[in-house]
Design a protein around this ligand. Structure first.
Ligand code: CTP
Ligand code: CA
Length: 226
């Protein structure tokens, strides 16, 4: 870490990090969500800050204390995340999209608690915006890093997402593997880069993975500035 604040290889870089799950509200007491803990995203925010970046952490509900000296914006739904990311995007130098975003939301959110006496329910779902895909379409100076949490054919799906979303790098992992899931403190990841380079890591703590990601981002900035 650079104890003198605003020092380090990412000095002056404005970086958005999204973390955690989203919640899609059904009624005032219920929601759809996923198992994301937010640990990976919070570790990334900290690693980037330690290397001198100005970090904004856009976080879904997570049971974690955010790192010091990071701007934190709490959101619940994907639509809220979309708004907070989009308004900061023009001034961002990079976006790291580690949040586990809901692809769908209920078409209607009930104002009142849904009662069981109303009978078996069918909830109609509609698509949420693909935030990262839209960032890829609007990309100018920004470096984009995405995530792909898969359960099979990890490399194939990850490379497709890298290309589809116009990313510079994607971090892929198999969430069915032991100690590499949404809730664990460790992860086994592979970085796939835009130009075909691949880096595979052993099982590591999420803090160490976050440091590797920060180093990867530093080299992506260096490439760009050459
Ligand atoms: N993502 C996003 N907005 C969404 C869905 C995903 O920004 N509505 C981002 C995630 O934060 C992640 C990347 O896209 O960085 C890949 O998410 P993932 O769920 O693995 O991919 P999808 O494109 O949603 O495809 P699928 O769920 O069908 O595998
Ligand atoms: Ca998805």
């Amino acid at each position: 870490a650079y104890f003198n604040q605003n020092q380090g290889p990412l000095k002056g870089k404005n970086i958005l990090v999204t973390a955690g799950p989203t919640r899609e509200s059904i009624d005032p007491v219920r929601y759809f969500s996923n198992y994301s803990s937010g640990k990976m995203g919070y570790a990334i925010a900290q690693a980037l800050r330690d290397k001198g970046a100005d970090v904004t952490l856009i976080s879904g509900p997570a049971q974690l204390t955010p790192p010091d000296d990071v701007e934190v914006v709490y959101i619940e739904s994907t639509l809220e995340m979309y708004e907070e990311v989009m308004k900061r995007y023009p001034k961002a130098d990079a976006v790291v999209k580690s949040a586990a975003v809901s692809d769908y939301r209920p078409k209607h959110t009930s104002q009142h608690k849904v009662k069981k006496s109303e009978g078996p329910v069918t909830i109609e779902m509609v698509r949420n915006p693909d935030i990262l895909k839209e960032l890829g379409e609007k990309k100018e100076q920004q470096i984009l890093i995405g995530f792909a949490a898969e359960t099979r054919d990890v490399a194939d799906y990850a490379k497709k997402k890298l290309e589809n979303k116009n990313l510079d790098m994607i971090v892929a992992n198999n969430v069915l593997e032991a100690d590499a899931g949404f809730q664990s403190d460790t992860n086994r990841v592979t970085f796939f880069y835009r130009h075909g380079k691949t880096e595979s890591f052993e099982l590591l703590s999420k803090n160490v993975v976050a440091n590797h990601l920060a180093d990867a981002l530093i080299s992506l900035f260096e490439e760009r500035e050459q």
